[in-house]
Design a protein. Structure first.
Lengths: 245, 423
């Protein structure tokens, strides 16, 4: 009797641990893998426009989900331009005019340095489980990796992308592809991860191709050259005074 | 005979005054309406040419397809060479580069923080070259209501209402926030040196004008422009010449690249093509209605006159005057009245039209919420046709009115005349 009870308990425990992960669980694991409290990164955006290819280099300091500071390093015309995000506010500093402009309203929909990313994208909460509920739709193979295909639906109303479809690497918990949709169902942007890297035990995207499907051109490659996770970042980076320094 | 009839008309005012006044009124209205419609259409064409398309316009093919969105990423590049070639090949026209742009005008306070902000649409024009016709084309010097025209780089003028809204004065700094041709955010400081009243409500509310070299720098359009506009020397749009220049230019350009230049006429690039056709037809219809209405009135006048002159015509028939002769004399009288009425009506109509051509009529209050490029002051425009257009309804309407009403003469029986005259 005891043996029978033990076997039954073991069966239920096993079936509990073996049951497939839910969409929300996968999204949580993606978040745990990719998100670090602090991050310093040097990156390049290679923008494939209709007429020419431009490269924009920047260095970013990020603390938590709501604070980030970015300084553009190249090209020469944009060198010294800085962006500061504090909670739901975003400022842009232009050294040639010595003006700090708050980015709000329609300006948020403007492209960042002519790329396929908008300021609105930068303002988004990076913790996807906070703003989306996820469902596993199917499984797929992408770039030779086994993936879950997740459908994400916004939990809030005022979200730039009401609906997302993610292809998540089953082993590394990195999204390898993402399609972003408006509430109407219209596809707005796509993202393809071309290369991943392991940093301090986490799998992160190293090279990503963003494409605004409403815009002409071949998209924007976003390449992370250097990244340091959980770095100490002084408080003064996250103040408006830092922009003019 | 004509002299006899004329004397008759002058001595018996009762048979000439009413038809004369009717013809006069109709012709005055026809002449004035023609000049007014001419003026309204010409004003619109001129405003469109000056502020939008020129008489001909060179753009890249890609830009032309999306021109209403002002796609500066598709602008013409290497314009120095192109403008030089246009000046060499088509010396009858002035050629000038323009960049249209949109953005925000941000006014800083003492700390550099935003004090006021408004959306603007802008024109970058060649204001600083001594040979540039732009100040004349845009009439900027006369349009300045405060301050002055930009004299050096880094200066701009703004619409009067926009300046009032932002509470800026000449000498204040304004920051233009826009997009470079590559899509980056562009932030550029300007000194506002003047306020202009363009006389077009949509522009006075939200337009800024700066030198093209400043905007090339601000929007990163090096040696480029959205459009190169061509203007005929007399500042009038000559459609046939514009078509010829356009056809010649386009035949010499390889059309294998979306960024190669292409030329279009005002009619083709402004989107006014159907509108101008519509206005032409509408104008003809209005004048046709006038002629018809006047014919009815004068026919009625002729009938009344014939009834009133029933006795006179009866006596003339009774004394043996031929019916045909009476009918022809009535027609001759009507032609005289028509001619004199048309002459006087044309003179008065032209005088009114000339006054409106010189002074104009301010319709700004009607357009206060308009976003269309319509001038506040609408002026009549007298053309050679205005001098003769009144004669058509004036002469024909009286003639046909009398011709129809006079037919009754033939229906009268000579044998019945004395009986009719006794009663």
């Amino acid at each position: 009797m005891i043996r029978l009870f033990s076997l039954t308990a073991a069966f239920f425990l096993l079936s509990f641990f073996l049951q497939p992960l839910s969409g929300d669980d996968i999204l949580k694991k993606v978040d745990e893998n990719m998100f670090s409290e602090n991050k310093i990164s040097v990156s390049r955006m290679i923008i494939h426009g209709r007429r020419e290819i431009r490269t924009v280099e920047s260095k970013s300091w990020q603390r938590g989900t709501s604070e980030s500071y970015t300084e553009f390093l190249a090209p020469a015309r944009d060198k010294g331009t800085k962006m500061l995000k504090l909670k739901d506010m975003l400022w842009d500093y232009s050294p040639s005019t010595d003006r700090t402009i708050m980015i709000s309203g329609s300006l948020l929909r403007q492209s960042v340095m002519g790329s396929d990313l908008s300021y609105e994208d930068m303002m988004e909460d990076p913790h996807l489980p906070n703003i989306y509920s996820a469902k596993v739709m199917s499984e797929d193979t992408l770039f030779g990796r086994n993936c879950w295909v997740l459908d994400l639906t916004a939990k809030k109303e005022d979200i730039a992308y009401h609906h997302r479809r993610l292809w998540v690497d089953k082993d590394r918990y990195v999204p390898l592809r993402e399609n972003l949709y408006a509430e109407s169902g219209k596809l707005l942007k796509t993202m393809d991860v071309r290369e991943v890297m392991k940093v301090q035990g986490r799998w992160l995207a190293k090279s990503v191709l963003y494409k605004d499907v409403l815009k002409e051109g071949e998209g924007t490659e976003f390449i992370v050259d250097v990244v340091t996770l959980d770095a100490e970042i002084p408080d003064y980076f996250f103040s408006k005074a830092a922009l003019r320094r | 005979m004509i002299s006899f009839l004329f004397k008759g008309l002058m001595r018996d005012r009762s048979r000439s005054l009413f038809p004369f006044v009717t013809v006069l009124a109709g012709v005055v209205l026809t002449v004035f309406l023609h000049a007014w419609m001419n003026g309204a259409v010409s004003s619109m064409i001129q405003s469109t040419a000056h502020f939008n398309t020129g008489h001909v316009c060179v753009m890249t093919h890609a830009y032309a397809k999306e021109a209403n969105q002002i796609p500066n990423d598709l602008a013409l590049l290497g314009i120095d060479t192109l403008v030089a070639a246009l000046k060499r090949d088509y010396p009858d026209l002035f050629w000038t580069p323009r960049i249209r742009f949109g953005g925000l005008l941000d006014i800083p306070d003492e700390k550099g923080e935003t004090k006021a902000q408004a959306p603007v649409s802008g024109f970058a024009v060649d204001l600083l070259s001594s040979s540039s016709p732009e100040q004349k084309i845009l009439n900027i010097r006369q349009a300045i209501v405060k301050g002055r025209v930009p004299q050096k780089r880094g200066e701009m003028v703004v619409g009067e209402e926009l300046a009032d809204k932002l509470r800026i004065q000449p000498g204040d700094t304004a920051t233009l926030i826009s997009s470079t041709m590559y899509g980056s955010m562009s932030v550029t400081n300007f000194v506002v040196v003047g306020m202009v009243r363009f006389g077009i409500v949509a522009m006075d509310k939200g337009t800024v004008i700066a030198d093209v070299s400043d905007i090339q720098q601000a929007l990163d359009i090096q040696n480029g422009a959205g459009e190169i506009l061509g203007f005929f020397a007399d500042d009038l749009y000559h459609e046939e010449r514009a078509n010829a220049v356009t056809a010649d230019f386009n035949s010499h350009i390889k059309n294998d690249d979306q960024f190669s230049p292409g030329m279009g006429t005002l009619r083709a690039t402004s989107g006014l093509s159907e509108y101008l056709d519509y206005v032409g037809v509408f104008s003809d219809v209005i004048i046709g209605i006038f002629v018809f209405a006047m014919s009815i009135v004068l026919w009625n006048a002729g009938l009344t006159g014939s009834l009133r002159r029933y006795g006179e015509i009866g006596v003339r028939l009774a004394v043996g005057e031929d019916k045909r002769h009476i009918y022809l004399s009535l027609l001759a009288e009507s032609l005289m009245i028509g001619f004199i009425g048309s002459l006087a009506g044309t003179a008065i109509g032209l005088a009114l039209a000339y006054y409106t051509q010189v002074k104009g009529l301010d319709i700004g209050s009607v357009l206060k919420d308009s976003s269309m490029m319509l001038p506040n002051i609408v002026r009549a425009r007298i053309t050679p046709l205005t001098f003769v257009i009144g004669f058509l309804p004036g002469m024909l309407a009286t003639f046909f009115g009398t011709a129809i009403s006079g037919i009754g003469i033939y229906k009268r029986q000579t044998s019945e005349l004395f009986k009719e005259l006794e009663t």
